[in-house]
Design a binder for this molecule. Structure first.
Ligand SMILES: C[S@@+](CC[C@H](N)C(=O)[O-])C[C@H]1O[C@@H](n2cnc3c(N)ncnc32)[C@H](O)[C@@H]1O
Length: 129
């Protein structure tokens, strides 16, 4: 499967059995067979406008151009595809999406190493033992 995807997507980085593809995930999933992945571990946009937020990166004067990648969460089609191509799923930001009941685990997110600012739920699908 890795060789097949590598040939199809010229913007990639390969290191042994690891293949990083820089492409729209919907285009990539078209080329993945049903249940071909054991686990999909994903962090899709939550739809909270994060791309437009001003961020201050310490010791940097970089200014960011506002982006619209986080204006809305992924479509039902995305989640259906994800679940058909993989046996199990871990979906970060599960609390933001309209997903069927499942098990959640909570992880802390922080903007600084000292302060815990936010909790994020990850949705677990399939049977993880
Ligand atoms: C919640 S962020 C992930 C952040 C990442 N986990 C990190 O720690 O930097 C969602 C990411 O999905 C990317 N994205 C949005 N639509 C996409 C698509 N159709 N295919 C691939 N990536 C997409 C966005 O550019 C954004 O970087």
């Amino acid at each position: 499967m890795i060789d097949r995807l590598q040939q199809l997507f010229p913007k990639h980085h390969r290191d042994g059995n690891i293949l990083l593809i820089n492409a729209d995930c919907m285009d990539v999933m078209k080329h993945i067979k049903e249940n071909e992945f054991d686990l999909a571990c994903v962090d899709p946009p939550y739809g909270v406008g994060a791309g437009k937020r001003r961020r201050r990166v310490s010791s940097s004067t970089t200014t960011y151009t506002p982006k619209n990648w986080d204006d809305k969460p992924p479509s039902a089609r995305y989640f259906n595809k994800l679940r058909s191509k993989s046996k199990h799923q871990i979906i970060w930001g599960g609390n933001y999406f309209n997903l069927p009941p499942s098990r959640f685990f909570w992880c802390g997110k922080s903007v600084s190493q000292k302060r815990l600012t936010k909790l994020c739920a990850s949705w677990l699908g399939g049977v993880l033992i």
